[in-house]
Unconditional design. Structure first.
Length: 312
């Protein structure tokens, strides 16, 4: 354990009572949801389900005849994602009290013992891996690669050391649609990889916008996010470039039909236009909020649309 981490643990012990009085008391259920980062779990399940759905559709298989695979895939994905997030919370407990959006986590307030949190995270990953093993070996291996990239490459290594931490962390966030597809068809189609690239390219502009809004907190926590190290001007340029990367991806999803191609292109152009607008607006934080909200709506619309167009 590093000196900074040991110092963080001591600070948490000393500040436990003040945190408890300064933060609204939460229920055990809310603490559980915060511990597993339910927002991340839910958003990743949407992409995992879409990958699975499209694999069933393009391999000519019935959704209702494969409900067991659907359940095992979604349960396994949810468990390994939740377990990875739990370990992330366990490791970051020494800095989470420095950020408003994370200071109420049970790992910070002292409501959960660190050893128990770590054990819980490992158990969740184990159960998730077991569930995925009942689908295909390919899906299981991809799932474990996602765990490795999030826990080791991102949480334990790059998050606190590299300005490229967001890009490295994007690997794990792009894995769920591959898991979903591989659970049905271990021979990953080019469409599955297009979904991977889509999710990989979506994450930097999403998280850079969040980092701009929370730049003071990331700076206080010592996390070298791009806005902290390079400033807003450089961050805005990177956001626009990553959104531009999304432009050709819909053309690799032509099998979904012209209506989807048009919708995805319009969404991409809208995001790009909003990004370019950032060079003219004076309020960078307001622009970052707009970009962040757009990214959330973009993700939901584009993945739900993939399912809808295959039903028509």
């Amino acid at each position: 354990m590093s000196n900074s981490k040991a110092f963080g643990d001591t600070a948490l012990e000393n500040d436990a009572s003040s945190l408890q009085t300064g933060i609204e008391k939460t229920s055990a259920w809310k603490d559980f949801l915060a511990l597993i980062k339910i927002g991340i779990v839910n958003s990743n399940l949407i992409t995992a389900f879409t990958g699975l759905w499209l694999a069933l559709h393009f391999t000519g298989q019935s959704f209702l005849d494969n409900l067991d695979i659907v359940f095992l895939t979604l349960a396994g994905s949810a468990l390994i994602i939740a377990g990875s997030c739990v370990i992330n919370n366990w490791f970051d407990r020494d800095i989470d009290h420095l950020m408003d959006r994370t200071k109420a986590r049970p790992t910070v307030t002292g409501k959960l013992a660190p050893a128990k949190v770590l054990t819980f995270g490992i158990i969740l990953i184990g159960l998730g891996t077991l569930s995925l093993l009942f689908t295909t070996l390919t899906a299981t291996v991809i799932g474990l690669l996602g765990v490795f990239s999030y826990v080791f490459l991102y949480t334990l290594w790059s998050k606190r050391q590299l300005v490229s931490n967001t890009i490295i962390g994007s690997i794990s966030g792009a894995v769920p649609p591959l898991i979903g597809w591989a659970a049905v068809d271990g021979n990953l189609d080019k469409m599955a990889w297009a979904l991977f690239v889509l999710m990989f390219a979506w994450q930097p502009p999403h998280f850079y916008a969040l980092a701009m809004r929370r730049v003071k907190e990331y700076k206080a926590a010592g996390i070298p996010m791009l806005p902290v190290v390079k400033g807003f001007k450089t961050t805005k340029r990177h956001i626009v470039l990553w959104v531009a990367v999304l432009l050709p991806i819909p053309f690799f999803l032509k099998s979904l039909g012209i209506p989807f191609l048009i919708l995805a292109t319009v969404l991409n152009l809208g995001w790009l236009a909003l990004g370019i607008y950032g060079y003219r607006i004076k309020d960078d934080i307001k622009w970052a909020k707009l970009m962040f909200v757009y990214s959330l709506q973009y993700l939901t619309i584009i993945f739900v649309a993939m399912v809808i167009v295959t039903l028509i």
